[in-house]
Write a protein that binds this ligand. Structure first.
Ligand SMILES: [Zn+2]
Length: 706
């Protein structure tokens, strides 16, 4: 029990304070801190002992109080509720950080916003906050800002100097490495393996951190459900090489991970190699990962006193990387097909002529090294991959990545053929201009969530994977109309439809997957007749197996490399100086651990942005109608819309396009009101003569953000 350090008198509506002496207040605060350290028995004292601190702060003028209240109402109402709730049981602030007078407080902060923060919390903004996500400290905010904007150490050092000179009490470190918690001895932990330098970040730390943020539901594929493991967490692993620049052969080879059930679907770095080529000995590159993952598979992980099993769901890589990791023949090998035992034929390139289906490969035969042939040329496997030590199917759980296979593979090859290929397949300058003009005109109709709009064929060499994806799924059918011959156009539509099925929720239906499989079989068979036999290379043959991955995992976006692609660029951008490339990159990622969330570009909630502007104004409604937004009222969660009265399926489609919601639409109704909740899926609305082609975004997660 302590004596009050100050008394409060309320007169004529204002608050007047009769303060105890500074010494008495200091003693009271000291006792307050002691009671906090002693334990919960001091809780009643805590409430009383808050009085002197609060009364000190209420000496600010009534006008200032009103301003603070306004700020609280507008910006911090929720935040403060949380903070005040926390204050009851929180650790007391250090005595030295509580201002002895309002003048000192003002000298530190000098503006009302900071005072308002101080008033409502026991927590000092200059110190590390236990509530980092609720009310970040100045240090934490500076750290986050410098990581977000990739600020160099020398720039940050100068900024710290300026802040410290202006606010001497800010108590900021002089050295940016202290602020950013830069590891001091990374160079000693970098190992040297054949071909370059290597660093293993580990898996366990990432998993523990992400699981502690909270988990979300994730529909497990049958392959993993069969294992019947309780509390199962699953990982998507991505491995690929990324050159650091066009003017150097130096490259990074990261092993990336993503926890499917993580609320923050972030990508994290497990291992990183840096050298002139890929790691020369695959065992050296993979062993630290395989060793730690084996241990996690055997023992599980314990987070917040709950035991979890962990398995790899899928291992994603492009064709050359898969061949390297699986220790099998590359795409030019006779037995290079990863899914079946078909032998290729050597012409100008290695091709897979159309024949009856060959026997499929199996995980158990792969792990038993049964695909090592009697002679070198008959072999598929060259040695046993280190990954075989893990509980992962080396045939079934290493899918054919559609980003590389279909977007950067098949679609790019077909477009290059039409744009600048051999006669008679090239479409000619006039048609190139028609297609380019159509693509450019579609640009403003692309949803704002898409990071890249449409470009003309003259930029084809620079198109990114996501632009080829947009072409296959959305703009290709109109861009190529009446440009290709009828046979070639219908041939392209087989590919479009199959990909639309494999990337949409139709991929969860076995009947639609059967249909998609038939379409791709016809597409591959007809390709040799419509074009030339040499088009039947590894990629074209692999299309025949794409349905296997869809059956195992559902829509292809769940197993694609798109999620890891952006992160690859992030790794490159972390390089600042032209020495110790690996060590400095490791330091940057250590600094930002837990701060930056690299999300999956295809996982988003809701229907995306809703507005009356092109690209964001067309939606499928819960009643199956197609509407165009006229205006949005967010206050009432409503919008005014016009519905299309005339809806027809698209001609030259391999099936009734209306079953996917793909329609030619026309004739708008009068304006009527609707609820925003009735909008269930965003659509792309492309002008087609005097009508429109409406294509719902096919992503299984509703919002097709790329
Ligand atoms: Zn095959």
């Amino acid at each position: 029990m302590s004596a009050p350090a100050a008394t409060v008198h309320a007169t004529d509506g204002s608050i007047q304070l009769v303060l105890a002496t500074d010494t008495e207040i200091k003693q009271a605060i000291g006792r307050f801190c002691e009671t906090q350290l002693i334990g919960r028995e001091g809780e009643s004292s805590v409430r009383r002992m808050e009085t002197p601190r609060r009364t000190l702060i209420r000496r600010v003028s009534r006008k200032k109080e009103e301003r603070l209240a306004k700020i609280r109402r507008t910006n911090l109402s929720t935040l403060m509720d949380q903070t005040l709730t926390f204050t009851e049981g929180s650790t007391a602030p250090h005595e030295g950080h509580i201002p002895n007078s309002i003048d000192q407080e003002d000298s530190i902060w000098g503006h009302s916003f900071s005072s308002s923060n101080f008033e409502t919390s026991n927590y000092n903004l200059f110190e590390e906050s236990p509530l980092l996500n609720i009310l970040p400290s100045m240090k934490a905010q500076l750290r986050q800002w410098s990581i977000k904007h990739n600020i160099t150490h020398s720039a940050l050092k100068d900024l710290l100097k300026v802040i410290s000179q202006t606010f001497p009490d800010a108590n900021l470190p002089k050295d940016p490495r202290t602020l950013l918690r830069t590891p001091r001895s990374i160079s000693n932990k970098v190992s040297y393996i054949a071909g370059g330098e290597f660093f293993h970040f580990g898996i366990l730390g990432h998993l523990t951190r992400i699981v502690s943020y909270g988990l979300k539901d994730f529909k497990l594929p049958n392959i993993l459900l069969k294992k019947n493991l309780p509390n199962l967490l699953t990982l998507k692993i991505g491995i690929d090489g990324v050159p650091i620049s066009r003017s150097s052969k130096k490259q990074f080879w990261p092993i990336l991970g993503s926890l499917d059930q993580g609320k923050r679907s972030e990508v994290f770095l497990i291992s990183l190699f840096y050298g002139d080529t890929k790691p020369k000995v695959v065992e050296e590159f993979l062993n630290p990962f395989v060793s730690e993952m084996s241990d996690i598979e055997a023992n599980g992980i314990l987070v917040n006193e709950k035991q979890y099993n962990v398995r790899i769901r899928v291992l994603v890589a492009d064709t050359p990387a898969r061949a390297y990791l699986k220790c099998v023949k590359g795409h030019s090998g006779y037995y290079s097909c990863e899914k079946c035992q078909r032998k290729g034929k050597r012409t100008t390139a290695l091709i897979f002529p159309i024949r009856a289906a060959a026997q499929n490969r199996t995980d158990s035969d792969f792990n038993s090294l049964l695909y090592v042939g009697s002679s070198k040329s008959k072999s598929h496997q060259m040695s046993l991959s280190p990954l075989c030590a893990l509980d992962v199917g080396m045939v079934t759980q290493v899918p054919l990545d559609y980003m590389h296979l279909c977007c950067l593979g098949i679609m790019k090859r077909m477009l290059m053929l039409w744009y600048e290929g051999r006669v008679p397949h090239r479409i000619g300058g006039r048609n190139v201009e028609i297609v380019s003009e159509r693509l450019r005109s579609f640009s403003k109709f692309i949803p704002s969530e898409f990071s890249r709009k449409c470009r003309g064929l003259d930029d084809l060499h620079f198109w990114k994977a996501t632009e080829f994806r947009t072409f296959i799924l959305y703009v290709g059918p109109l861009a190529l109309k009446n440009v290709l011959s009828k046979e070639k156009y219908e041939h392209f539509m087989l590919f479009h439809t199959a990909m639309y099925i494999f990337l949409s929720s139709a991929a969860d239906s076995s009947e639609w997957v059967d249909f998609g499989e038939q379409l791709l079989h016809k597409f591959v068979n007809d390709a040799a007749m419509l074009y030339y036999e040499d088009i039947l290379v590894y990629n074209m043959h692999s299309l025949l197996h794409l349905h296997m991955d869809v059956r195992n995992f559902g829509p292809l976006d769940k197993i694609s490399a798109f999620q890891f692609e952006n992160y690859m660029q992030v790794i490159k951008r972390r390089l600042r100086t032209n020495h110790s490339h690996l060590a400095q990159t490791v330091n940057r990622f250590k600094e930002e651990e837990g701060y930056v969330s690299h999300t999956d570009p295809f996982v988003a909630t809701g229907v995306g942005k809703i507005s009356s502007k092109h690209g964001d104004n067309c939606f499928l409604t819960s009643s199956g109608k197609i509407c165009v937004i006229q205006s949005v009222n967010n206050d009432t969660n409503s919008c005014s819309v016009r519905y299309f009265n005339q809806i027809h399926p698209l001609k030259n489609y391999p099936c009734n396009s209306s079953v996917f919601g793909i329609n030619i639409v026309n004739e708008l109704s009068r304006v009527s009101d609707s609820s925003l909740k009735s909008l269930v899926r965003k659509c792309i609305l492309l002008p087609h003569k005097k009508r429109f082609l409406c294509i719902p975004l096919c992503s299984s997660s509703m919002s097709d953000v790329n």
